[in-house]
Design a binder for this molecule. Structure first.
Ligand code: MG
Length: 458
């Protein structure tokens, strides 16, 4: 049922990323567009979006050139959240899309996400095919009289805003005050407007498009969201919401200004959906906290696990639905949640609207709702090493006899705790997660793993 994971050369789990002028250049962007244009063939139409990074226009120009030379037409949506582009590809029945973004990476980075005609990110098999076209330079460009054309969609953001607002009942957020921190990214033009149209009173910080990210880094960490916390307290807001650089993720801060872990948010949102759809399925990667599974089970729902990466989750959701299952929600513990009734991709604007609807309906402080969730303690570590294959072998031997799952790194279950030891898809790192209801046990398991693999670390 789950899509198979393949090794890719250029592309990581969510597209290709690099430092501008070093490993991400307009030349590379041109070749990606030429390769995608070659795969699609002439006369096809591609949607193009970008985040607010300073290098965006240079990469947009290169990507446009690649498609036009292959005889493809381009609709340029300008600055939009990634889920907005994904929505428009689907809504406009386009043949594909390119999102120019480095998501949560620092300002010197940029990257490319390739979107298929169904609005999902390109899967591994097609990405490898695209890489082969690039490696062997097998681009098929067209003659002078078949060059593609460029058009623009001035209503791009408006269409996306309407699509989300249409998922909720009118004025469902009336009486609730929220602070939005789009972090100078594309959601500055979408999330505040979505929440206002749902009836909320909205304050915004870091609200201008700015690729220098003067307000905070594109990764919404507790430290980076200090200004958001202060504004929530100052305005007596019910909560705050912040996005990463392309707004496919949403991170929440409660009414007291306390940062909420993405796993807890996912658990709370899952409780909302599972309550209304008992017997359904929630889909999530094996790195997600058991809080989601525990809550789903409370409402008679099951949890289906996938490899780590939203494309695996999104595609598994679709496969399960095609097989006749009722899939109600998907997502990751990093604030990326997928709402299949809306789109098969993570959508930060949709998460913000969902939380508004939830908090207004429950009429309880967000901190209290989070405190009611089953308590799990998770530890996460990221260690530098190139010897990831040896680490996995070592862990397999060490945990022999414990139930294991080898679909992505190695996940082991021991007594009331679990651990995931997983090589990073893009960098020379190994990521380690441990979790248990018993915090001592989770800590012990982490310490034990770190000690055992210390000889392989740099
Ligand atoms: Mg992102």
């Amino acid at each position: 049922m789950e899509p198979t994971k393949f090794e890719k050369q250029y592309f990581g789990t969510n597209g290709i990323r690099g430092v501008i002028g070093v490993d991400m250049t307009p030349r590379l962007a041109l070749e990606i567009a030429e390769a995608f244009g070659t795969m699609l063939g002439p006369k096809k139409t591609i949607g193009l979006g970008r985040d607010t990074r300073t290098s965006g226009p240079a990469l947009v120009a290169a990507v446009r050139a690649g498609f036009l030379s292959c005889g493809c037409n381009v609709i340029d949506f300008d600055i939009v959240p990634t889920p907005c582009l994904q929505y428009l590809v689907l809504d406009h029945c386009l043949d594909g899309g390119i999102m120019i973004t480095a998501s949560h990476n620092p300002p010197e980075y940029n990257g490319i996400k390739i979107i298929e005609a169904d609005g999902t990110e390109m899967g591994d098999e097609r990405t490898i095919q695209l890489e082969q076209t690039m490696i062997h330079q097998k681009f098929v460009t067209t003659s002078w009289n078949n060059i593609g054309s460029v058009s623009f969609e001035p209503d791009a953001r408006e269409l996306y805003i309407n699509a989300i607002v249409g998922q909720f009942s009118k004025n469902c957020g009336s009486g609730t005050t929220i602070v939005v921190d789009p972090g100078n990214g594309p959601a500055a033009a979408t999330t505040p407007e979505i929440l206002r149209r749902l009836g909320a009173t909205v304050h915004v910080i870091n609200e201008t498009f700015d690729g220098a990210f003067p307000g905070r880094p594109p990764e919404p960490t507790a430290e980076g969201l200090a200004s958001l916390s202060a504004k929530i307290v100052e305005t007596n807001a019910a909560f705050g919401v912040a996005h990463d650089g392309d707004a496919d993720r949403a991170i929440f801060v409660d009414e007291q200004g306390t940062f909420i872990d993405g796993n807890a948010t996912f658990g709370l949102i899952a409780s909302h959906f599972c309550r209304d759809h008992p017997g359904s399925v929630v889909v999530t990667p094996i790195s997600t906290s058991c809080v989601v599974e525990t809550i789903a089970a409370r409402y008679g729902c099951t949890t289906s696990y996938t490899s780590v990466g939203s494309i695996y989750t999104a595609r598994a959701m679709r496969n399960l639905m095609e097989a006749g299952q009722s899939v109600i929600l998907g997502g990751e513990g990093n604030g990326g949640i997928i709402y299949p009734a809306h789109l098969f991709c993570r959508d930060g604007g949709m998460s913000a609207a969902t939380m508004l609807n939830l908090i207004t309906e429950k009429n309880k402080p967000l901190s209290a709702l989070i405190a009611e969730l089953p308590a799990f303690t998770m530890y996460q570590e990221k260690c530098k090493t190139k010897r990831t294959a040896e680490i996995i072998v070592c862990m397999k031997e060490y945990f022999e006899g414990c139930p294991t799952d080898s679909r992505d790194g190695i996940r082991i279950t021991r007594n009331d705790a679990w651990a995931l030891i997983r090589p990073s898809g893009t960098e020379p790192f190994i990521r380690i997660y441990t979790e248990s209801k018993n915090s001592v046990e989770a800590k012990q398991l982490m310490d034990e793993i770190l000690e055992k693999i210390s000889m392989y670390l740099e």
